[in-house]
Design a protein around this ligand. Structure first.
Ligand code: GLC
Length: 434
């Protein structure tokens, strides 16, 4: 069974992505020191000179790429994506084109550490790179820029030559795709080609997207590139929401990845405790897989680079669930079968996975599956679940399976699921069930 969207690239270098279903996003940079959202520079209208002071005090002694990679691996993630540079312009890699880097200021090339650590754990290597750059002197002001409210904001663009920034952008992407071995996934961020308050945003012509993408593919032939260059990419990347259905562009199914935070902020946000529960994250994960997408789940290491206690616990609990239930997610996809209310189906070949979002009383009625099932069990402990099929000639409406439409398979469930974490039921289907 293919879970792959028809309209998108499907070759050996994209299969790992569709198979993985779950990846880790890591937002880390100078904003982790401010600890109040990765957009702090523009939210607080900070000047470059003022913001640059974070580079002097940034001391990420606890950033440990190996530790992050191991946690991602344990949580069943197949890949992970690190911010090489966010909109504030500070680079976590060694660059010949600026001194605003962790190499110059901290003596560390975090991208090199990242790539090594991921490969050591057998994870695919993802890099995030911001198209915006509020630090670069030729990056023109627009409606997202920190200086947009200055009294002389409009005239500040006069001396700027955006083509120099474009060259810088291309040069740095070239460095990232040349100096660190195989890069599997590049997440560009982002385009906004519209006008707000008389400010023109930026899109494909500004970034030189066509040339940039061509360069990426020539340097790294297998690379997967997202859709934020304002030209079609290998996938679409809905952010902070769950699509209602498998995603399509122009009526054609496409590969997609939902990127999600744990508290609404990507970068470390110390005082923001608006956390999603682990249960919600797991439900988002299986919802994503049931619609043929991937989930890129974000953490924001703190100002010293440590994975926060909260994020660490979430990853541990996901790991615990994945230890027993990963086959319902990794390598799985949409079931293309009619699911009853309150459950989410995923499927891998002849195995149907039922995620029970709200535990029912006694029975779960599965439409159309009577006679099509070999065996049913809880995935977590392998224990059998008995099944029944209503026979209208022999049973009254008052029996436990009575009243169900013909073809319904009824599962006989215990009062409580065997584990408090999102329960998964594995159904072994007979051959040839589409
Ligand atoms: C956005 C934000 C950003 C975040 C990203 C993740 O476009 O600008 O802060 O890095 O999405 O998808």
């Amino acid at each position: 069974m293919s879970n792959l969207p028809a309209a998108t690239r499907d070759d050996t270098s994209t299969r790992w992505f569709d198979h993985s279903r779950l990846g880790l996003f890591v937002h880390f940079g100078l904003y982790s020191v401010a600890a109040r959202h990765e957009w702090v520079m523009t939210r607080e209208r900070r000047t470059v000179a003022d913001y640059e002071r974070y580079a002097e005090v940034f001391d990420p002694d606890l950033f440990d790429a190996r530790d992050i990679a191991r946690r991602a691996k344990r949580a069943g993630m197949g890949y992970a994506v690190l911010t090489t540079k966010h909109h504030d312009g500070f680079c976590l890699f060694d660059s010949a084109h600026t001194t605003y880097t962790s190499m110059v200021h901290q003596g560390r090339d975090f991208v090199a550490e990242w790539c090594r650590a991921l490969r050591a754990e057998g994870l695919k290597v993802g890099l995030y790179h911001s198209l915006l750059d509020w630090h670069h002197e030729d990056f023109t002001l627009d409606f997202h820029h920190p200086r947009r409210d200055d009294p002389d904001a409009r005239s500040q663009n006069e001396g700027k030559d955006f083509s120099r920034y474009r060259t810088y952008l291309h040069n740095q992407v070239r460095e990232l795709l040349t100096n660190y071995g195989t890069i599997d996934y590049l997440f560009f961020d982002f385009s906004y080609p519209w006008t707000v308050d008389g400010w023109t945003g930026k899109g494909k012509d500004d970034w030189g997207s066509i040339e940039l993408e061509a360069m990426c593919r020539s340097l790294q032939p297998g690379i997967i590139i997202n859709d934020r260059l304002d030209i079609p990419g290998d996938l679409v990347t809905p952010e902070q929401y769950q699509p209602c259905a498998p995603m399509e562009v122009g009526g054609v199914p496409v590969r997609w990845e939902a990127c999600q935070t744990l508290n609404g902020s990507w970068g470390y946000d110390r005082d923001n405790t608006d956390f999603k529960s682990v249960d919600l994250v797991l439900r988002m994960l299986v919802d994503t897989v049931s619609k043929g997408g991937n989930l890129l789940l974000n953490i924001g290491p703190d100002g010293r680079g440590a994975v926060t206690a909260h994020d660490g616990r979430v990853l541990d609990e996901i790991a615990e669930w994945m230890r027993l239930n990963s086959t319902s997610v990794i390598g799985a996809g949409p079931a293309n079968l009619r699911a009853p209310d309150g459950v989410v189906y995923t499927r891998a070949g002849n195995r149907l996975y039922i995620h029970v979002m709200a535990w029912p009383f006694g029975h779960l009625h599965l439409p159309d599956l009577a006679g099509k099932v070999r065996f049913v069990r809880f995935l977590a402990d392998g224990s059998e679940i008995r099944t029944e099929v209503h026979d209208p000639d022999k049973e009254a409406l008052t029996t436990e399976v009575g009243g169900q439409p013909a073809g319904t398979l009824t599962l006989v469930l215990p009062t409580r699921p065997p584990s408090p974490m999102l329960p998964v039921i594995e159904v072994l289907l007979e051959d040839g069930i589409d």
